[in-house]
Design a protein around this ligand. Structure first.
Ligand code: S3P
Length: 432
C-alpha cells in the first residue's frame, strides 16, 4: 500500500498510542504458562502479537481477543507442563520477539517444535539465543549453523547457567529466563547494559523468585505454578515517540499523548528529546499493571543537536529512526553511535534511515555502528519506502508531515505490525 502525506498546517489534540508491544507479548506468553485465567486489557492486537497468539494456539492454549480500539485478551494458562506438541511449523511472521521468546519457552518442552518466520525474520540473527539454550541442555538445530530460522527445538531437562550476554537484548534475556523457569538450579545473567525489564516485572508479579540489580539478575526455578496476572497494558512509548517528535519539530503544534508507559528502561527518547530542548512534560503519573504510566504533553520546540551513545542506547533503540527526523531539523550536527543492532532489526535501520531521509533532503552520513546527521535542513516531499519495516513507515510519515509538498511512502501498510490505527491517528491530529 502507498500512502501520501502532506505537510500539516498544525498538529493539535490528544492521541492514545496502542498497547505496548513488548508487554503484550509477555502478558500472553507468561499467562499461557501460569495456571488459570487472566484478562489482559488494552492488549496490542497488531500483527506481531497476533503471531505470538497463533503460536500459543498451536501449542493448545485457549484464549479469546476482542476487537476494537482497546482489545482485551482472555487467556487460560496451562502451566509449564501443559502445552501439546504442535502439529505443524510455528510461524512467528515478522516478529523477533515471538521467535526469540518462544525459542526459550520451547527449550523447556519435552517435544519437537519447528519455528520459522517471514523473509525479514529468517535473515535476523538467532545464534545468540541458540548458543546459551544449548548450554542449558536443549537440543536445537537452526539453519546456517544455528544462526537463522527455521529452527527445530527438542527441549527438556535444562540446567541453569551463569551467562554474560554478548549484547544488551531483552529478547535474549527473556528467552533465557523462560527456559530458566523450568531448569535445575538458578539462571544468572549479566548484560553489557540494562535492557527493558518487562519480563522481570511480570515474573515477579506472578510469583517467580528473581533478584536483580541494574544489568545483573538471578532467577530461581519455579517451585510452584506461576499465578495468572490480569493487567491493563500501558500505551507503547515506541508508538508515542512518533507524535512526540512530530509535535516537537512542527512549528504549530501542541499534542497530549495519553496513557504512555514510562518504564525507565524505555524512556531514553524522553531524555534525549529534553536534551535537544523539546518542550515536553509528564503529567498524571501513575502505576498500571506494575509499570509506570503518564500523559505526555509536547509543543513546538527549537531543537538543537545531541550526541547519543553508550548505556542509553538500549533505552531508545527502537526510537532511533524517528530521532533521526528530529536531528535533521535541529540546529547543529547530531551523532548517534553504538547502534549497530539496528542493522539486524526488521530491516537495516541505519542504512534505510540514512537513505530514505536523504531522499527527503536530509543530510545524513552512515557509520558502521551509527549515523551523523547534519541538522537545520528543510525537508522536501519525495517518494520513499518503508522497506516493509513498520518503524520506518511511521518515521517517514513524521518527516512527511513537516516536509514541503507531498511525500509518498511505499509499503506503508507495514504499520500494522505495531500500530494499526497509525494513519487514522495521524489524520485526526493533523486536521483537529
Ligand atoms: C524487544 C526488545 C528489543 C526491541 C524490540 C522488542 C522486546 O530487541 O528492539 O523491538 O520486546 O524484548 P532486542 O532484545 O533484540 O534488543
Amino acid at each position: 500500500m502507498d500512502k501520501k502525506v502532506r505537510s500539516a498546517s498544525r498538529l493539535h489534540g490528544e492521541v492514545t498510542p496502542p498497547g505496548d508491544k513488548s508487554i503484550s507479548h509477555r502478558a500472553a506468553i507468561l499467562n499461557s504458562i501460569a495456571l488459570g485465567r487472566a484478562t489482559v486489557r488494552n492488549f496490542l492486537a497488531a500483527d506481531d502479537c497476533l503471531s505470538t497468539l497463533g503460536c500459543l494456539r498451536a501449542l493448545g492454549v485457549d484464549f479469546t481477543v476482542s476487537t476494537g480500539d482497546s482489545p482485551t485478551l482472555d487467556i487460560t494458562g496451562v502451566g509449564t507442563r501443559g502445552f501439546k506438541e504442535p502439529e505443524d511449523v510455528l510461524n512467528a511472521g515478522n516478529s523477533g520477539t515471538t521467535l526469540r521468546l518462544f525459542a526459550g519457552l520451547l527449550a523447556a518442552q519435552p517435544f519437537l517444535s519447528i519455528m520459522t518466520g517471514d523473509a525479514s525474520l529468517r535473515s535476523r540473527p538467532l545464534g545468540r539465543v541458540v548458543a546459551p539454550l544449548k548450554e542449558m541442555g536443549a537440543q536445537i538445530w537452526g539453519r546456517d549453523r544455528d544462526n537463522h530460522a527455521p529452527v527445530a527445538i527438542r527441549g527438556g531437562n535444562l540446567h541453569g547457567i551463569t551467562y554474560s550476554l554478548p549484547v544488551a537484548s531483552a529478547q535474549l534475556k527473556s528467552a533465557l529466563l523462560l527456559a530458566g523457569l523450568s531448569a535445575e538450579g538458578p539462571t544468572v545473567l549479566r548484560e553489557p547494559a540494562q535492557s527493558r525489564d518487562h519480563t522481570e516485572r511480570m515474573l515477579r508479579a506472578m510469583g517467580a523468585r528473581l533478584e536483580s540489580e541494574a544489568a545483573w539478575l538471578s532467577l530461581s526455578p519455579l517451585t510452584a505454578a506461576l499465578a495468572p496476572l490480569s493487567l491493563n497494558v500501558p500505551g507503547d512509548i515506541s508508538s508515542a515517540a512518533y507524535w512526540l517528535v512530530a509535535a516537537a519539530v512542527h512549528p504549530e503544534a501542541r499534542v497530549r499523548v495519553t496513557n504512555v508507559g514510562v518504564n525507565p528502561t524505555r524512556t531514553g527518547i524522553l531524555d534525549v528529546l529534553q536534551d535537544m530542548g523539546a518542550k515536553l512534560r509528564l503529567e498524571n503519573e501513575r502505576q498500571e499493571g506494575g509499570e509506570p504510566v503518564a500523559d505526555i504533553v509536547v509543543e513546538s520546540s527549537e531543537l538543537r543537536a545531541v550526541t547519543v551513545k553508550g548505556e542509553i542506547v538500549p533505552r531508545l533503540i527502537d526510537e532511533v529512526p524517528v530521532l533521526a527526523v528530529a536531528a535533521c531539523l535541529a540546529r547543529g550536527t547530531t551523532t548517534i553511535e553504538d547502534v549497530g543492532e539496528l542493522r539486524v532489526k526488521e530491516s537495516d535501520r541505519i542504512k534505510n534511515t540514512v537513505q530514505e531521509l536523504s531522499r527527503l533532503g536530509g543530510r545524513l552520513e552512515e557509520l558502521p555502528q551509527g549515523m551523523i546527521i547534519h541538522g537545520a535542513r528543510k525537508l522536501n516531499g519525495a517518494v520513499v519506502s518503508s522497506h516493509g519495516d513498520h518503524r520506518l513507515a511511521m518515521m517517514l510519515a513524521v518527516a512527511g508531515s513537516v516536509a514541503r509538498g507531498e511525500t509518498v511512502i511505499h509499503d506503508a501498510g507495514a504499520v500494522d505490525i505495531s500500530y494499526p490505527a497509525f494513519w487514522r491517528d495521524m489524520e485526526r491530529l493533523c486536521s483537529s
